[in-house]
Design a protein around this ligand. Structure first.
Ligand SMILES: [Zn+2]
Length: 492
């Protein structure tokens, strides 16, 4: 039996801050439809966002945020098979700040440790120090180093660090043509993605920090923003352990971005003292996307209790990697999502993080902790109404639950939320109560009280509501009876 033909020529076009349009070429004659996967930059994995009808060759993604890099790929499927993936297309939504970063937000007591790898070896002991202390950093490897030491790059990805782009062969970019600069960045992004599942946009660091206005604008044209540094760098020039420590502590300050290298033994030896001292001084050590994120929010005390929790993340995380968002919380085998396609639970497994994928503000998650914790998330406020897709029709409607998240920071009345049903007679968009009356959704709407460790029925607004509001940091179970529904939550 011939394979199913893969779609090709996928193009992603940003239409606004909250809409990207996809178009592709359909080569298969008898597919049942197309599956669309999306990845949010800078670092993470693809997750399915939509299934569209056969012979469709376009899709508009509106569940997205301004100033963000998105990657997409599409496959066709029939009853038994998926095609190969199409090419990957990327787009940046409107509003991205491409100004060079040399310091983060100075109103927060945070610092970012960054490590360049333009030469081999990357010292595994350095990675051990960061992992043991649960410090998430930003690495800038070249494509060449990635090819030489793939095992170390995989480890960096698994450990939850952010990976930026440091060119392929470490040339002085100011001496290259525009086309050569693009090739250096594209090639490296491809190599790192193929190995780790992580794309590098929007962050790059020019080799040696050598850049000019032309280099920055060529990079911007392909979605890259330059990350310079506040201080550091002498570790590559032979600094002693004490000099590396002193230089860091002398430059410690809000928003400081420190530059180190992966090669020098002295950097590895200095790092435990640097980390412990900065933390003792009250600095939080974060990634580059977090240190420039416009917003930091924390779960209120008492929200995440010992035992099971059904939670959501009420902003778009700057780094949607679970280990970074749940920094310091043991999530290995303790964080679960509901896979809409297979109607099964997927646990976060530290050794295969790609299976779990990225965190999304639209989804709810089960989290089991031993003691109450506060979760702190850096990211971007969700800017407009959210359309959350409910699961596809499944053979057994009783397992077709969706665990949805609440993507906003302030509560919204359930009475203001709506359900959209594209296959219904007009009106296709109805209130929650009307959708229930029409048989689109179950009347039961569950959440979880982590204080008492029990399920509670939120209730459709005109039944017996336990809560008239849908709330931040809380996840919900909804049960759709119809395919293709969307829950519309207006921005409060
Ligand atoms: Zn370098």
């Amino acid at each position: 039996m011939p394979g199913l033909a893969a779609p090709s020529d996928l193009v992603a076009t940003a239409i606004s801050g909250t809409r990207i349009d996809l178009e592709w070429t359909d080569w298969s004659a008898n597919e049942l439809g197309f599956k669309i996967q999306r990845m949010t930059g800078p670092t993470g994995f693809f997750r399915q966002i939509a299934v569209v009808a056969p012979d469709t060759a376009m899709y508009s993604d509106t569940s997205i945020n301004p100033a963000t890099v998105y990657y997409y790929r599409v496959c066709s499927f029939d009853a038994t098979r998926h095609s190969n993936w199409s090419n990957t297309a990327w787009a940046v939504t409107d509003g991205m700040d491409f100004a060079e970063i040399s310091r983060g937000d100075t109103s927060r007591k945070q610092m970012a440790l960054t490590f360049d790898a333009g030469a081999v070896p990357i010292r595994p002991g350095l990675l051990d120090v960061l992992r043991d202390r649960q410090v998430y950093c930003t690495f800038f490897p070249t494509g060449w180093v990635t090819e030489q030491e793939p095992w170390n790059l995989v480890q960096i990805a698994i450990d939850g660090h952010v990976i930026g782009n440091h060119s392929y062969s470490h040339p002085n970019l100011t001496n290259l043509t525009d086309a050569e600069i693009i090739e250096q960045l594209f090639q490296t992004d491809e190599i790192i993605y193929n190995l780790t599942g992580h794309h590098t946009r929007p962050y790059f660091r020019a080799p040696g920090g050598a850049r000019d206005a032309r280099v920055l604008s060529v990079a911007e044209s392909i979605g890259f923003r330059h990350v310079f540094w506040t201080a550091g760098g002498g570790d590559f020039g032979g600094w002693t352990v004490q000099q590396i420590i002193d230089n860091t502590l002398n430059n410690a300050g809000n928003g400081t971005v420190m530059l180190y290298h992966c090669l020098p033994e002295n950097t590895e030896i200095a790092m435990p003292t640097i980390i412990d001292t900065l933390r003792a001084q009250g600095y939080e050590l974060v990634t580059v996307p977090e240190i420039v994120a416009p917003k930091v929010i924390s779960s209120p005390p008492g929200t995440i209790n010992a035992g099971w929790n059904l939670i959501s993340i009420p902003i778009e995380p700057a780094t949607p990697n679970p280990p970074v968002v749940f920094r310091g919380v043991d999530i290995d085998g303790r964080l679960y999502r509901w896979d809409k396609e297979t109607a099964s639970v997927v646990a976060y497994d530290a050794w295969s993080p790609g299976t779990f994928g990225q965190l999304s503000a639209d989804e709810g998650y089960w989290l089991r902790v031993d003691a109450p914790v506060t979760i702190k998330c850096a990211g971007t406020e969700v800017m407009n109404d959210r359309h959350i897709k409910l699961p596809q029709a499944l053979p057994d409607p009783f397992v077709a639950w969706a665990i949805i998240g609440y993507p906003f920071e302030t509560a919204q009345e359930w009475a203001n939320c709506q359900i959209h049903n594209p296959s219904a007679p007009e009106p296709k968009t109805r209130s929650i109560s009307e959708a229930k009356a029409a048989g689109w959704i179950s009347s039961m709407l569950w959440s979880w009280d982590s204080a008492t460790q029990s399920l509670f029925d939120v209730g459709i607004p005109d039944d017996w509501p336990m809560s008239t509001q849908i709330e931040p940091w809380r996840g919900y179970w909804m049960r759709p009876f119809v395919t293709g529904l969307e829950l519309i939550i207006p921005k409060p």
